[in-house]
Design a protein around this ligand. Sequence first.
Ligand code: GLC
Length: 795
Amino acid sequence: MKYGYFDDINHEYVITNPKTPSPWANYLGDPNYGAIISNNAGGYSFVKSGANGRILRYYFNSFDEPGRYIYIQDNKTKDFFSTSWGPVHKDLKKYKTECRHGLAYTSFNSSYKSIYTKTTYYVPLNSEYEIWYLEVTNKSKETKKLNITGYAEFTNNSNYEHDMVNLQYSLFISKTQYKDNMIIQTTDGNLEKLRPNDVSHRFFGLINSKVNSYTGDKEKFLGPYRNYSNPIGIEKGKLDNELNYCMNSCGALNTIITLKPKQTKKLAFVLGMKKASEAKKIMASYKDIEVVNKELKDLKSYWLAKLENFKVKTPSKEFNSMINTWHSYNCFITFIWSRAASLIYCGLRNGYGYRDTVQDIQGVIHLDPKAAKERISFMLSAQVNNGAGLPLVKYTHNPGHEDKPGDESYNKETGHPEYRADDAMWLFPTVYKYIGETGDIKYLDEIILYSNEGKDSVYNHLKKAIEFTENNIGKHNLPVGLHADWNDCLRLGKLGESTFLAFQYYYALNIMEEFAKEKNDEAYLKHIKKVKEKLDEELNKCFKDNRFIRGYKEDGTIIGDPKDKEANIWLNPQSFAVISGFADHKRSTKALNLVHSRLNTKYGAKLMDPPYFAHAFPGALQTTYNQGIKENGSIFNQAQGWLILAESLLGRGNRAFEYYKESSPAYQNENGQIRVMEPYCYGQFTESEKSLHFGRSHVHWLTGTASTIMVGVVEGILGMRPDIYGLRIAPSIPSSWKKLEIDKVFRNKKLHIRIINSNNKESGYKEVYLNKVKLQDNYINEKDLKENNEILYVM
Ligand code: GLC
């Protein structure tokens, strides 16, 4: 079933049926002031942390309530509706609506009985508050008197848990007042004189219309035994001017307007966490309501500029919508928001996960290398001087002065008592991709602090990461898994070994080899050669019955043994055997063919199979999940990205695209009732056939899937493979694609790449031209580039 469509021209996803199978969300602002909004205006807002800086209440495990509601009542008939379909849920035969999720804004166009509304929600650039902008038009033939009411449900404590479960405390610190067209709420307001920093101030104000009545008390607004669809205050058409003293605060502001036929009125609600004096200034800055339209224009230009560096035109509409807008936007959202907050996680974690963050960077390097570099340096400054990454990098990260796993203070604050084996390994492809994209090889010489003490060049930071792995090698000469490798559910400890990690290590050594050559570091080159030889020998022993095993348990037995009853084939070692450059063509093909026959489904390949149930080993923590779910044999979407890349590296464009299509949100647009999740953003995993809900997807927006599939697409399918000196072009596309075009900014030069495939190939080239000059092969040296370049790639 289809609930909406992609409006590529406006970079919007338009939801035409508001009864989506789950709340379909969008992100506004950034975590300094963050807001999540669904297609029925559900969602919440916070300052800095979804868990500790909450302004708006939202009930998890409920269906999308409450939200940023605007009610409109016809003063004569008393009939009322909301400007988004929810919460009032008018009969859709009479109530027409569409929700347009755009780049950091969401608009609702609705109409009911000749009253047309357009409501746009956004956070102005560089601001810490949000705007709900309403244009209401009377398209009837008679003059209408309308009661318009905005409703915001404040939390009673910035700490989400206290607000939700500790009512014997949080109810009694909250109060509201009404002043200057605003409801002002304070929590812990009594401490104003004694401990002013502990007071939280929130405001909800109305711009460009006079408040007629108000309520600062949630129960008074709703009325007993009612809900958001029929608040007493709305039914009566007048709020009771009651304020809250203890109990639940809210901001409800009502205004009455008179609209002649064809007349439009513009007004806006503003919400934020600011003292009354600051709030008043903010409100005053909108004296001219048209400021709103300027802000919206600026916001759109800002976001469009972020998408400018990479655009495609291919025969696949879905692919184009994702790459030119939604997938790239998703990558920026994960890059900016990390795992801060969503509609299924309130962001309790007080920092950045190391591997997630280093991976997220990979999704935006081709779009915004400058921002990527800044974040890479930040993550290098969160590397401990033993070479490992800090499992959790606190939001208050202070390089050079941090505690680390094993220190009691760190364990207590972060809940991470041990290192994870893979964290720092993700630095290698990320740093390499950054240097490839920019040519900034000097970056290797930049000096960056370690998280605890000391400092080093980027090059030496990377050597340290290698050293950490070297110091954690097991009996079979493979790296041990410690608290986890990429798979958070594999606790292999100090004895169990991981082939996935071993391939990452191999990949890292290859990258270091290139860097060491640049630096004429002969001694290190020798060292790498030796280590790789040993690793080669061991990894060769890990190929059994057409697949690479997943590793060794602490007792030395095999994980992913073809003879095992459960989990006898795992996806990641197969794709990483190829990506790392370890597996030769024969083994790569065999392993990936087995993946296709054993793990592929119509929604992508499973992480392993069969899921654990009765035969798991103690370190296999995924056994806790239902079969076919999450790490226990679901279609783990991040892993699709590596598979797409691996198939592309083998030149099997049809396969690569088959996996792309299966896991692409846009390709599921007609399948909303099965996918459940939004068709315009990625999720962490999709339930596999073992589940009762095969195809249902979860953990929207903030997931490593976005960046990893982006790499699979950009480097893999589209074949943009930069190295230190230039760009290799090696697309692996569906053989049915006759042509495609890529516009890419590369090292500040513009490339327009045309790929012609008249012979229905999947990969490979016949000839390649740069500015009409035929090249020797498919490699473009940076020094041959002009400001604007025409590249023709004939397959
Ligand atoms: C989740 C975690 C990520 C981990 C993955 C596999 O997506 O955020 O860090 O690698 O699960 O366990």
